[in-house]
Structure formats: C-alpha cells, structure tokens
Design a protein around this ligand. Structure first.
Ligand code: ADP
Length: 260
C-alpha cells in the first residue's frame, strides 16, 4: 500500500510537471507567433506608402506634357504618402524605445491637472474643425510620480482618438479623480464606438477596426499600443467600455507613487 501511495504521488507530480511544460511551450509559441506577426505587419505597413509613391512617380514619369494641375495633385499625394511613412517610422521608434526602456522612466512629481490641460489645449484646434467639444472635469487636484513626457503622449493618443473617431458636433469628456493610492483618468466620447468583439484587440500593434477610417485620419494603428505600454510601465491598468454607435470610454488607473 505504501508503494502504491508513493507511485500515485510520483504519477501526480510527473503529470503536474508535464502540464507546466506544455503550458510554458504554448506561451512561448504564442510569443514567437506574435513576434512574427509584428515583423510581417511592420513590413507591410512600411511598404504600403512606398508602393503608392512608386506608382505615383512612375505615372508622372510616363506622362508627356503633364498638365500643371495634375502634376501638382500627384506631387501632393506623394508628399502625403511621405508624411504617412514618417509617422509610421516615428510611432514604431517610440514603441521600440518604450520596450527597451521599461525600467528607464524618468519620473518626477507632476501636476496631472496641468498636464491634461496642456494636452487638451494642443488638440483643441483639431476638435474645433469638427465642432467637437472638449470638456475637462477635474474632481481633485492630483500630483503623481510619473514620466511627464511619456504620460503626456499616452493621454494625447487617447484624446486624439476620441476626437478622430467621433461624430461632427460631438463631445469628449476627460475626467480626473484620485484616492489615497491611485489616480483615475477617463476619456469618454460620443463617437462611433467599438464593436464588443474588438474591444481587447484595439490595444494590439497595428490593429484597426476600420482601416480606411484610421488611414483617412492619419492613423498608424500604434497609438493605443503606445498608450498601453506607457500605462503598464507606470504599473497602471487600462481598459475600454464601449457601445457601438454611441461612444467609448477609456479608463486608466495609475499609482500615485512610482515604485521601480
Ligand atoms: P489609429 O492610429 O488607427 O488611431 P490606435 O492604436 O490609436 O490606432 O487605435 C486602434 C483602433 O482602435 C483605431 O483604428 C480605431 O478603430 C479604434 N479606436 C481607438 N480609439 C477609439 C475611439 N475613441 N472610438 C472608437 N474607436 C476607437
């Protein structure tokens, strides 16, 4: 009987170990696959503007006595594609730097209300163009230990999206609150919303619910990936609630004190 007990114990342990190994292998496979997907996405995204530029330049070169307006239109398109390419490269570099520098935050005591006001001020002209109201509701004066540059970028991406994926005459409401441990930032909008099945995916690199719309508004599909990276670097959390056709609310929670 003692032998049987020992055997059973050994069997259970072996089974547990093999389950752990299998789980680890699956995780590694997923990491590898997501890396491969990322590389293939990067090449695709970088090639798209180059291909357009090639086509536009080739057609210009193939024409004789191109009318001035047509020439200007093509050059304008080429210039837009170049801007797009640089935006993708900039965003990619930002993201790669974030990955590398996860321990390299440069934190200081920052007044969050002021930081939000600054972001809103910068985005007001874009919002005004579509008659979108930017509202800031501050429930408390908040100071926190954060990396000001990186965190401004994270907030900027959220508010910029709330404007971009909004309707004409809509609104964006940023709310700031805090308790003794965390501060809470909400960016709510009256926009097009995100279908429930894509809610988690919007934080993935290059993921876009509607490629055409993102492209039209100069999107690279990297904004929310950057925001999520910044939030995680600060040991915070981010999630989104949304009703399709009615709007979205992105919620961020960040510890008031950063512990490396
Ligand atoms: P993009 O450069 O395309 O804006 P992001 O990473 O910032 O990339 O966002 C990914 C996708 O998530 C967007 O293409 C859009 O489909 C969706 N999205 C982001 N923010 C919002 C929002 N406030 N309302 C609706 N959809 C949004």
């Amino acid at each position: 009987n003692l032998d049987e007990d020992v055997n059973e114990e050994a069997y259970r342990e072996t089974k547990q170990i093999s389950e752990t190994i299998n789980k680890t292998l699956e995780k590694l496979k997923a990491v590898d696959q997501s890396r491969q997907e990322f590389v293939s996405n990067v090449s695709h995204e970088l090639k798209t503007p180059i291909t357009s530029i090639r086509v536009l330049a080739d057609s210009l070169m193939g024409m004789e006595d191109t009318p001035k307006e047509l020439y200007q239109e093509f050059m304008h398109d080429i210039s837009d594609e170049i801007d797009r390419e640089s935006k993708i490269i900039d965003d990619l570099l930002t993201l790669v730097r974030m990955d590398k520098a996860s321990s390299g935050l440069s934190c200081s005591q920052v007044q969050i209300n002021g930081l939000i006001e600054m972001v809103l001020k910068r985005l007001r002209p874009i919002a005004r163009k579509r008659n979108i109201e930017l509202i800031f509701e501050s429930k408390r004066d908040v100071s926190a230990d954060i990396d000001e540059v990186k965190f401004s970028l994270a907030v900027n991406n959220l508010v910029e999206n709330a404007v971009k994926y909004n309707k004409e005459d809509g609104w964006v409401r940023v709310t700031l609150d805090a308790d003794h441990k965390f501060f809470y930032l909400k960016v709510a909008d009256s926009g097009i919303g995100i279908p429930a099945e894509f809610k988690e995916r919007v934080f993935e690199r290059f993921y876009r619910v509607d490629k055409a719309r993102s492209r039209e508004t100069g999107g690279t599909g990297l904004g929310l990936a950057i925001t999520k990276s910044v939030v995680l670097m600060h040991h915070g959390a981010i999630r989104v609630d949304s009703v399709e056709g009615e709007g979205s609310t992105f919620m961020v929670r960040i510890p008031l004190i950063y512990i490396p």
